[in-house]
Design a protein around this ligand. Sequence first.
Ligand SMILES: [Zn+2]
Length: 321
Amino acid sequence: MTDTASESAADGGRPGDAASRRRRQIPEGKPFALCLTHDVDRPYKTYQSIYYAVSEGDLAQLKSLFPGRNPYWSFDRIKAIESDLGVRSSFNFLDEQSLFTDRPRRELLSPESWMRYAGRYDLTDPAIVELIHDLDAGGWEIGLHGSYDSYRDRERLRDEKRRLESVLGREVTGIRQHHLNLSVPDTWEHHAAIGLEYDTSLGSSTEYGFQYGYGLKRPFGDSFVVFPLTVMEMALPVERDPTAAWEALESLLFEARANGAVMSVLWHPRFFCEDTPAYGPLYRRLIERALELGAWVGPPGALYERLDHPTAAADQASPSD
Ligand SMILES: [Zn+2]
């Protein structure tokens, strides 16, 4: 039985009632919500330039290494789009291990390890500190992007949260795990235990849609909430078939509106750079269309703050909503 079917059954079999119940958790009486998120994986294009220059003979890639050029630093573009449309989003920051100082020496020979660890950045890099403070001051949400192994390592995750909070100067409440790594329910138990209030890791990099239901989930029946990820940009044929990519996004918006859903999207900052020119305009169009359809649009943390949490009695009747 799907989530939607079970919700309908709990409401006496009328799908409209389930949509109405979900709609009550959307802020400002809006018919549905669109939550905007960005995972900051690699803000600098460094080792990738060398990799492509060597592997594909594209020496033009090396110009990315010149001082003053930084094609992956697309934060001003994202801020400009969102400011123009009057919305905000969340940026999840990663405190990844270093391939050179934290990982076993044998991993230096592993291409996977280079992809995973060599592009890391330091949360205390002055440019990153300034970025975090600038986003925070402008009303954007700062979340944690758990490092590759942190989904099964509570103490590592606790340290990462503390380090990000020491840069930000206050508490961080939301997380998405890198690569959507998730061990259910252990990872969520770790998240709740270290004081995180919500998670956005439940999803796929290859499939999009409401496969985890239209509403938020409460795996422990308490105030800890999961926002299923509806679509990641990589799951769409953005460059190959932009029309199909747009039609997929628009049909998700229609489906969200019909069902009182919370739709969550992930657009990585590096897709707003010059190498991938189709992604930024598509993101902008998605937000514009959502606003036309009456959606509440914002970061998951802002939606979380407006939620009413279940009482113990209500938990018995509705483990998730
Ligand atoms: Zn990531």
